[in-house]
Design a protein around this ligand. Structure first.
Ligand code: GTP
Ligand code: MG
Length: 193
């Protein structure tokens, strides 16, 4: 079992690091402001470990954390924020292409989607990319604490209607007010490493 509270920030990188231990990696990707950094803080129990911002586009580099000396958790920059943003799509693609290419340590991509929103074109491009390169991924819906029952039901409908998502894709939900929700997600991470 992994002790998620035993976590250490390694450093930020602009491309796939070459100076790390040979350990498995899990990366959190998704639209800017979806809650990637928040999720890192939630699962590790350290509220201020990864920088959370109410303004989109905060994380601009690949931030590596070492969890329990067993695997690296990677906080990726967000995509899809306004075109005028200083952090351009080109920069984003450069960082991510370098990260994904020939990365044998990558065990799983966690694609975060805001539970209140439809899949964006960028979300769908990411799913297509992951399917195309046969990269193992799961989907985690965030901000479900803001949803009522009907809106929660709409999520399952959206998954069914999105024909890019394979039938056996694992789906998780996060709710920052209820950590118990993340237990199955942590069990899943422990099981794939
Ligand atoms: N209510 C609620 N708010 C959340 C949740 N997850 C994240 N937030 C809020 O959403 C905002 C953005 O969260 P971040 O964790 O900084 O998002 P990010 O995906 O890391 O954003 P970038 O670094 O810009 O890509 C913050 O104000 C968080 O408090 C959630 O599950 N529920
Ligand atoms: Mg962030």
């Amino acid at each position: 079992m992994i002790n998620f509270n035993n976590i250490q920030f390694i450093r930020s990188y602009v491309k796939k690091p070459e100076d790390l231990l040979k350990l498995p990696q899990v990366i959190f990707v998704g639209k800017s402001n979806v809650g990637k950094s928040t999720l890192i803080n939630e699962i590790t129990g350290f509220k201020k470990l990864a920088f959370v911002s109410s303004k989109p586009g905060h994380t601009k580099l690949l931030n590596f954390y070492l969890v329990d000396n067993k695997f690296y958790l990677v906080d990726a920059p967000g995509y899809g924020y306004s075109k005028s943003n200083k952090f351009s799509f080109i920069e984003y693609s450069k960082i991510m292409d370098s990260y994904f290419s020939d990365n044998n340590d990558l065990k799983c991509v966690v694609l975060l989607i805001d539970g209140r929103r439809e899949f964006s074109n960028d979300d769908n491009s990411m799913i297509e990319f992951l399917n195309h390169y046969k990269i193992n991924y799961v989907i985690l819906f965030t901000k479900v604490d803001k949803l009522n029952q009907k809106e929660k039901y709409a999520i399952s409908k959206r998954i069914k209607e999105n024909n890019l998502i394979k039938e056996n894709t694992k789906i998780f939900y996060s709710n920052i007010n209820n950590e118990i929700n993340l237990l199955d997600f942590k069990d899943f991470l422990s099981s794939i490493l």
